[in-house]
Design a protein around this ligand. Structure first.
Ligand SMILES: Nc1ncnc2c1ncn2[C@@H]1O[C@H](COP(=O)(O)OP(=O)(O)O)[C@@H](O)[C@H]1O
Ligand SMILES: C[C@@](O)(CCOP(=O)(O)O)CC(=O)O
Ligand SMILES: [Mg+2]
Length: 416
């Protein structure tokens, strides 16, 4: 294979985070911040994995993977019979041992990215008819803050799955595209321009889910789905529906910079669910009700984009959901601070993603006072938070022209 550059977007969960893990409906949209991967063939017989965002660099010879890891993961030889199945506990232990993570310690969230790579590398190539594992250099750079609720783990897993499937010949993009970065709405009608067929995208999504599972523990699958497909989706029990009637929402994203792990937060909600099942079920159902109501309002707004009543309803849904999420145990004082600060400007804010820190989004209505927006950003930044203003919706997984010819590809991807 030749040099390959692929990217996948992060996401914002508008409503339904955590509830979606329990089979409730959630609504998510892709973001104009992306993770990029560049793979280059290598002559030294090694697999070089370079993950500067999490300060990790690893190298293995293909021979060591072939002799010491593959036979333990794939017992019947690699002849195209491996299908996308989640890693078992035993396999995770084998991968940890191969990655030299001490037996009695748990892998850090960053190290889980290495485990996810090794798992997908072995299994994707064993699911193809190609019998040779390739030697290559793989570098990944994300524009997304890592571990902040904007789906960096899913964008990472989608990039990984796509590059490995492309290299193993299971998907084939023949025409890389320059990615339009402004206001791109990745609806299904435009998905052809991203490089792969719908079936190929669904295969990428399937494998990406397995990477996400290694990083998250028990993901719902919403993050990898929106990162693969782009645009906006509603998601319930692995069923993905494209939101066709989505208004061009303007939002302010704020990163508390409080680090947290999705895996631990999801496990914490599960504990509370086990302890107060009935109460939590009612809360998760209420969150689902908000997601469903928001879909109706989005549809109304896409027909009537300046409907002030519809915006007022969206703001109320944001407030109610933020309170419910606090009740499920994923709040944080930094999030409360942003909610209170933006409320002083009559702006409405909720956490997005797993919570416990990470990011919030604030809805900006059409006709909002631009001085207010400038001032609220200034105040948030003075508190040490980081802000981005954006619109929801961007392209899903995308195949880029190689070399330096695509200006949307970050230069750091070419450094080594
Ligand atoms: N650019 C990246 N390079 C390496 N690993 C990454 C990258 N982006 C995400 N990850 C993986 O995803 C983890 C963060 O995922 P998570 O806790 O789910 O937060 P989020 O998905 O909200 O950013 C990281 O610790 C790492 O394992
Ligand atoms: C909390 C959850 O709903 C979203 C997690 O998103 P993130 O990893 O915080 O970006 C978990 C999931 O859906 O798998
Ligand atoms: Mg994640």
């Amino acid at each position: 294979m030749d040099e390959t550059i692929i990217s996948a977007p992060g996401k914002v969960i508008l409503h339904g985070e955590h509830a979606v893990v329990y089979g409730k409906t959630a609504v998510a949209s892709s973001l104009n911040l992306r993770c990029f991967v560049r793979a280059l063939p290598s002559e030294d017989g090694c697999i070089n994995l370079d993950l500067p965002d999490v300060f990790l660099q690893r190298q293995w010879t293909v021979k060591s993977v072939q002799d010491n890891l593959l036979p333990r993961l794939v017992q019947n030889g690699y002849d195209g019979i491996v299908s996308p199945e989640p890693a078992s506990e035993d396999e995770l232990e084998i991968l940890k041992e191969f990655a030299k993570i001490p037996k009695d310690s748990t892998a850090t969230t960053s190290e889980l990215a290495v485990i996810a790579f090794l798992y997908l590398y072995c299994k994707v190539f064993c699911s193809s008819s190609k019998r040779t594992l390739p030697a290559f250099r793989l570098r990944m750079i994300s524009e997304l803050p890592v571990g902040a609720g904007l789906g960096s783990s899913a964008a990472f897993s989608v990039c990984l799955a796509a590059v490995l499937l492309q290299w193993s010949g299971q998907i084939s993009c023949k025409s890389p595209q320059h990615l339009p970065r402004e206001d791109y709405r990745g609806d299904t009608a435009m998905s052809g321009s991203l490089g792969w067929s719908r079936d190929e995208q669904l295969l990428i999504n399937k494998w990406a889910f397995l990477g996400e599972k290694i990083i998250h523990g028990q993901p719902s699958g919403i993050d990898n789905s929106i990162s693969t497909l782009g645009g906006a989706i509603s998601f319930q029990n692995k069923i993905i529906e494209t939101v066709q009637k989505m208004p061009k929402l303007r939002i302010l994203l704020t990163n508390t910079k409080v680090p947290r792990s999705t895996k631990l937060l999801v496990a914490g909600v599960r504990k509370r669910h086990e302890k107060h099942t009935l109460v939590m079920e009612h809360m998760l159902e209420a969150i689902e009700g908000i997601a469903q109501q928001s879909l109706r309002v989005f549809a109304a707004l896409s027909d009537k984009p300046y409907d002030t009543e519809a915006y007022a309803e969206l703001e109320e849904l944001i407030d109610i959901n933020q309170s419910l999420l606090n009740g499920t145990g994923v709040g944080h004082t930094s999030l409360d601070k942003i909610v209170a600060l933006t409320a002083r400007y009559n702006l409405h804010t909720k956490l997005t993603g797993a919570g416990g820190g990470g990011c919030t989004y604030t809805l900006i209505k059409p006709g909002a006072d631009e001085d207010d927006i400038k001032n609220v950003k200034k105040e948030l930044e003075l508190e040490g938070f980081q802000c981005w203003e954006t619109c929801v919706g961007s392209a899903g997984v995308a195949y880029h022209p190689t070399g330096h010819s695509d200006p949307t590809v970050p230069q750091q991807l070419f450094e080594s």
